[in-house]
Design a protein around this ligand. Structure first.
Ligand code: NDP
Length: 294
């Protein structure tokens, strides 16, 4: 029997904990965490994400700020908005929705966000801190994956982990997190030889490639825990579309010990972790131990 890891229910628990901690921050410290999301342009998918983030931020009792800017916003104008949010004491977390229009240097914008307010964990200092074992903001999607793995497996020490994909937002930070948990980590990518063979060696398999159902059941080590980060929209026979992951969910049944479905696995955890990071950032900015809120 393969366990279906319910990311929706898990995210609900994370959000409940966040709401509890927000209420405690208000009661004990008269602080309401604030999250600002900056959106440039009118990408429909980004607009949906930003709306969801705003709704969930408010539902957790936090202060939600949205800055919507036109697609022709200049680099300087965007930098001015970021600088104002850095200086705003009611804003504890800042997220600039990616992708940005092509005329904007996304790296420069991300690195202009105050490191302490970088709740996406994409600032160079946070990346360095993550790899060197310092106190960092951890990117939300890998953080959600780690939470589910810890819940499923407990101690991860000594496990063989294979991460399929080496992007800056998923693959690489995921590798840093699992290394910090004392896993033996392999990062695979489009040039990896004998990919199926490498996957079959892994006790933990994380797929983050963006290729629909690429990982087949026979690539999976019997008893492995599989986390499917991929979100791919495919056309069905009746001309409609549906979302699938990077793992062939059907053929993984009976092989994997546990697997996250798509949708309803990693996806819901990402925004929950963003809210969680905002509470963490607020506590650090005010030298409050988060455990003291429990
Ligand atoms: P990127 O496109 O940035 O990276 C994809 C990685 O997969 C690259 O490292 C690439 O290798 C590797 N890859 C591509 N094709 C193959 C192949 N045939 N064999 C082996 N490796 C391959 O993607 P992201 O990391 O941004 O996203 C990955 C997936 O996760 C996407 O489906 C995305 O939608 C989803 N996602 C989901 C999130 C969520 O909240 N659930 C959040 C973020 C992403 P190389 O480097 O060699 O090119």
């Amino acid at each position: 029997m393969t366990t279906r890891i319910d990311g929706k229910a898990f995210a609900e628990r994370v959000r409940e904990q966040v709401a509890h901690d927000v209420a405690a921050l208000q009661a004990q410290h008269q602080l309401t965490p604030g999250l600002a999301v900056v959106l440039v342009g009118e990408d429909p998918a980004s607009e949906v994400y930003v709306r969801n983030k705003g709704k969930q931020t408010a539902a957790a009792g936090m202060h939600s700020v949205e800055r919507k800017l036109p697609a022709n916003t200049s680099q300087d104008e965007l930098m001015t908005v970021v600088a104002a949010l850095n200086d705003d004491p009611t804003v504890n977390g800042i997220l600039v929705q990616l992708p940005l229009p092509e005329h904007i240097d996304a790296d420069a914008v991300i690195n202009a966000i105050s490191q302490a307010k970088d709740v996406d964990g994409f600032h160079l200092t946070n990346i360095g801190m993550l790899w060197s074992g310092g106190e960092s903001m951890v990117p939300c999607t890998p953080l959600g994956c780690l939470m589910m793995l810890r819940d499923q497996l407990g101690d991860l020490s000594g496990k063989r982990a294979l991460i399929l994909g080496r992007s800056n937002i998923v693959g690489k930070p995921m590798a840093a997190l699992l290394l910090a948990q004392s896993c033996t980590v392999t990062i695979a990518h489009s040039r990896t030889l004998d990919l199926a063979e490498r996957c079959r060696e892994a006790d933990i398999l994380i797929a983050a490639v963006g290729r629909p159902e690429m990982v087949k059941g026979e690539w999976i080590k019997p008893g492995a825990v599989v986390i499917d980060v991929g979100i791919n929209r495919i056309e069905t026979a009746d001309g409609k579309t549906r979302l699938v992951g990077d793992v062939d969910f059907e053929s993984a049944q009976g092989v994997a010990d546990a697997i996250t479905p798509v949708p309803g696995g990693v996806g819901p955890m990402t925004i929950a972790c963003l809210l969680d990071n905002t509470v963490t950032a607020t506590c650090r900015q005010h030298q409050i131990a988060r455990e003291s809120l429990r």
